[in-house]
Design a protein around this ligand. Structure first.
Ligand SMILES: [Zn+2]
Length: 179
């Protein structure tokens, strides 16, 4: 590990400790040539396996270039892209596997991209999930709409109305009466 100050190749580890809940190790080092101190981080390489069987290291910049096209003309900043790529990496690392299939990277992109920009999400999903007709778009848009409605009226979900239970009760009573 070269010293980032003088490019010297000889450094001494002063201290090492785990970070990020054990997902990384950070080492404090001292350059034996210029005496400056710096920190290195060691994390497991997250690999992405492609359909061809080849694997490559996960790359946030590949995630960004993958969604950038879908975000053309949309109000999405470089910070948004960086945060999205970070969220995708976190989600994949949280699965605990050292190697994930390329499709899973695409799936991990869908959620954060939908929160970021719904138009970009539809564009990305249409390519990624190979929408073939307007019906596919309509179904996806209907889903987005219904979820937006639920988000706007969360009281539908808190169980304060027991209409559903009453309905089920009525049906249950009606069934045995047919003999
Ligand atoms: Zn140095």
């Amino acid at each position: 590990m070269r010293c980032p100050y003088c490019r010297g190749g000889d450094s001494r580890v002063l201290d090492s400790r785990t970070a990020d809940d054990g997902a990384a190790i950070r080492r404090r080092r001292e350059c034996q040539e210029c005496g400056k101190r710096f920190t290195t981080a060691e994390t497991a390489v997250l690999s992405v396996s492609k359909r061809s069987g080849a694997t490559e290291p996960f790359s946030r910049s590949k995630v960004v270039s993958g969604v950038r096209k879908a975000c053309q003309g949309r109000p999405v900043s470089d910070d948004d892209f960086a945060l999205l790529a970070q969220r995708v990496e976190d989600a994949l690392r949280a699965t605990g596997s050292a190697e994930v299939p390329a499709e899973e990277v695409g799936i991990a992109i869908l959620g954060p991209l939908r929160e970021l920009d719904e138009v970009a999400y539809l564009r990305f999903a249409s390519v990624y999930r190979s929408f073939e007709s307007l019906t596919d778009f309509e179904a996806e848009i209907a889903l987005l709409r219904s979820e937006a409605q639920l988000a706007a009226h969360p009281d539908f979900l808190d169980g304060s109305t027991d209409l559903d239970t009453t309905d089920i009760g009525t049906t249950d009573l009606a069934t045995p009466s047919t003999h």
